[in-house]
Write a protein that binds this ligand. Structure first.
Ligand SMILES: Cc1ncc(COP(=O)(O)O)c(C=O)c1O
Length: 472
C-alpha cells in the first residue's frame, strides 16, 4: 500500500468533486423548517451508497439470474459462471495469492465468525487455538474470537509505536512459554478513528513467532488498494455494503489449509459431497463454507465495485479522502468545544472516518440536529467499539462523520458550518428524548416508520446528481 501525506489544511474544500458517481448522490431530504436539501451522506463507514457502475451491472445481469450450482438450465449455467467469475474478481480486489480461497459471505461479521471456527486447536494440548486482538476492534473482530477461540485482548497504548511493542512482547512471551498464538486479528482501519497499526509491522511480529494475521478490512478495502500478496496478511474480511455494493454479500479471502480443515460454517446443501444417514463427507474449497443458495447478485455487485475501484488511480482515491479528512479534522478542531477522538497520536494515513464530541451536547442530540436542521447523515453512539470508546473516556458515545468516493467537499463544509452554528447559537428546533432516542418535538417531517412504499419514496425527492445521473 502506498501512503501519502496530506498536510492538514484550513482551506475550504467546496470545490472537491466526488471521485465516482454514486446512486442517490443528491437525493433531497426534508428539514424541520419545511425546506428540502440534498442529503449530505457522511455515514459512509456504516453503509456506503451503491456506485452507479454497481447498480448498472446488477441491472444488466438480473435478466440472467437463475439458480447457482444447482441447475442444468442455460441461465443456471450462466448464473453459475457469473458467480464464479465474480469470486475471482473479488479475490483480485484484495490481490489474493494463487492458492488463497475466496469465500462469499454476508459481510465482515459473517467472515470473521467463519474464520473463528477454522482456527486450529493447539496441537500440543488440543485446546482451542489462541488468538490475540486489541481493544480497538469493532465487536465483529472481537466477539467471534472470544466465543470460539482462546482470545486475549490487549489494551492499546497511546501511540502506534508503543502498541506495536506491547504486541511483540505478548507474542514473544506466549511463544516462549509454550502457549503460542495461532492468530493475530487486527483492524485495517478503525471504524472510530480511521487509524490502524502498520499492517506490515503486525505481520512481521506475528510471523516471527509462527502466528497468522487476519485483517478486518471492513473500513480499509473500500478506501485503499490492499494486497494480501504484498502485505503478507493471511486472511482479510470485508463487506460489500461498505464497498459501494449493498446487495447482501461480503467476503473472506485467505489461506486455504485452515479453511479446508475447519468446521463447515453452515451445514446444508452445496457444502457436501455425499450424505448418508450416519455420516457426511464435506467439500473442501469455498463450497465447504457456502451451504445454501449463493448470493450471486451480491457477489456480482462486489465484483463490479472491484472493477470500478480498480480502474481508479490509487493516488486519486487516497488524495480525495485524505483531503476531506484533513479538512474535517482541522475544521472541527478549530471549533470551540469540539473534541476529535484519536486512538493513537502517531497513526499514519488514516481513512476518512472522523469521530468527535461537542462539549455540552449529547452525541444523539448532535446527530438528530444535523439531520433535522441541515439534512446531514452521521452516526452517533459507541460504534460497536465499546472497549475503545470506554478506554478513551467516551462511554457516553460520540458523533462520527465518514466519507468515501462519492462524497463532495461541499458536504464536509456543510457539516462544519452546521457544527459551528450549533456551538454559536444552539439548535433552532426543540428536541426531547423519547424511548432513549433524541427526536424533534412536533416534527413536521413525514415519519418514515409506518409509511407505505410510495409515501416513503416521496419523502426523498428524485433528482439528478453531479454527474447528471438520475438518483433513485
Ligand atoms: C471495522 C469494522 N469491522 C467490522 C464491521 C462489521 O461489518 P458488517 O456489519 O458489514 O458485518 C464494521 C461495521 O461497521 C466495521 O466498521
Amino acid at each position: 500500500m502506498t501512503t501519502l501525506t496530506v498536510t492538514p489544511t484550513t482551506a475550504r474544500v467546496d470545490d472537491v468533486a466526488p471521485v465516482l458517481p454514486v446512486v442517490g448522490g443528491s437525493t433531497l431530504v426534508p428539514l424541520v423548517d419545511g425546506r428540502q436539501v440534498p442529503y449530505a451522506n457522511l455515514d459512509v463507514a456504516a453503509s456506503a451508497p451503491a456506485l452507479v457502475a454497481v447498480a448498472e451491472r446488477v441491472e444488466r445481469v438480473l435478466p440472467l439470474y437463475a439458480s447457482v450450482h444447482r441447475g442444468a438450465g442455460y441461465l443456471s449455467q450462466v448464473s453459475t459462471a457469473l458467480y464464479e467469475q465474480a469470486r475471482r474478481t473479488v479475490g483480485r480486489l484484495v490481490d489474493a495469492r494463487d492458492d488463497d480461497l475466496t469465500i462469499i459471505t454476508r459481510n465482515t461479521t459473517d467472515s470473521l465468525n467463519l474464520l473463528a471456527g477454522c482456527v486450529p486447536a493447539d496441537p500440543a494440548t488440543g485446546e482451542p487455538g489462541r488468538v490475540l486482538v486489541l481493544d480497538v476492534e469493532h465487536h465483529a473482530n472481537l466477539l467471534p474470537w472470544q466465543r470460539d477461540t482462546e482470545a486475549t485482548v490487549l489494551t492499546g497504548a497511546r501511540s502506534v509505536a508503543a502498541t506495536l511493542d506491547e504486541l511483540r512482547t505478548e507474542l514473544e512471551d506466549a511463544a516462549r512459554s509454550g502457549a503460542p498464538y495461532a492468530l493475530v486479528a487486527v483492524t485495517g482501519a478503525s471504524n472510530v478513528t480511521g487509524e490502524a497499526l502498520p499492517v506490515g509491522a503486525v505481520v512481521e511480529a506475528a510471523h516471527a513467532v509462527g502466528a497468522r494475521v487476519a485483517l478486518d478490512g471492513a473500513q480499509l478495502v473500500p478506501h485503499r488498494r490492499f494486497s494480501l500478496a504484498r502485505s503478507g496478511v493471511d486472511y482479510v474480511a470485508f463487506s460489500g455494503h461498505k464497498t459501494y455494493a449493498p446487495y447482501g454479500a461480503g467476503a473472506l479471502v485467505g489461506r486455504r489449509d485452515w479453511l479446508d480443515a475447519g468446521t463447515p460454517y453452515l451445514a446444508g446443501g452445496g457444502a457436501v459431497r455425499r450424505v448418508r444417514v450416519t455420516d457426511t463427507s464435506w467439500h473442501e474449497g469455498p463450497a465447504r463454507h457456502e451451504a445454501g443458495s449463493p448470493n450471486v447478485i451480491g457477489a456480482v455487485a462486489i465484483a463490479a465495485a472491484a472493477d470500478a475501484l480498480g480502474a481508479l488511480d490509487p493516488g486519486v482515491l487516497q488524495r480525495h479522502e485524505a483531503t476531506l479528512r484533513a479538512r474535517l479534522v482541522t475544521g472541527l478542531e478549530a471549533i470551540e468545544r469540539v473534541r476529535v477522538v484519536r486512538a493513537w497520536d502517531d497513526a499514519v494515513d488514516p481513512v476518512g472516518v472522523v469521530t468527535f464530541t461537542v462539549v455540552g451536547y449529547d452525541p444523539g442530540l448532535v446527530a438528530t440536529y444535523l439531520s433535522a436542521e441541515h439534512g446531514i447523515g452521521v452516526r452517533d453512539g459507541r460504534f460497536c467499539a465499546h472497549p475503545l470508546l470506554g478506554r478513551l473516556g467516551f462511554d457516553a458515545g460520540a458523533v462520527r462523520a465518514s466519507v468515501g468516493v462519492g462524497t463532495p467537499g461541499s458536504d464536509v463544509e456543510r457539516l462544519l458550518a452546521a457544527v459551528r452554528a450549533l456551538v454559536a447559537d444552539g439548535p433552532q428546533a426543540r428536541y426531547d428524548v423519547v424511548d432513549g432516542l433524541w427526536v424533534v418535538v412536533d416534527d413536521p417531517r413525514p415519519v418514515p416508520d409506518g409509511l407505505g412504499l410510495d409515501a416513503l419514496l416521496a419523502t426523498a425527492a428524485t433528482t439528478t446528481d453531479a454527474f447528471g445521473c438520475v438518483t433513485y
